[in-house]
Design a protein around this ligand. Sequence first.
Ligand code: DQA
Length: 145
Amino acid sequence: MSTPVLILNGPNLNLLGQREPETYGRETLQDVAARCAGVAEDLGLSVELRQSNHEGQLIDWIQEARTEAAGIIINPGAYTHTSIAILDALNAYEGPVIELHISQVHRRESFRHQSYVSRRADAVMAGVGVHGYDLALRHIATLLA
Ligand code: DQA
């Protein structure tokens, strides 16, 4: 049985590949999902990648993960910088949590330097581009081993 990992993506990440490609690259979220599925298989994980533009939906999925997923990789998008509710949901989750940003948020506007999610995350990855999803999967596999 492979270990289930949930990869959550917040607002505007459905536009990956079209949105500000100089910052986020040209790969789509579907491309990312396909690559993650391959990497996960090699690692003995099963991944489900989801995206929502809605804070409440992300919170519902985090709550569901309490019984359904062994670990969470989350790119909360702009909710990173604003959402105490997502932090609270992650605090109620017991497995490993990796926070991921495609861009190097600390080199960008100062409002992107603060993250509520980092208060809970076991690891934070930023600026590796979409390749960060693969690396996060590899890291969560070690945390779950
Ligand atoms: C992001 C960085 C956030 O500041 C931004 O709001 C996003 C994407 C990233 O992946 O680099 O939507 O999380």
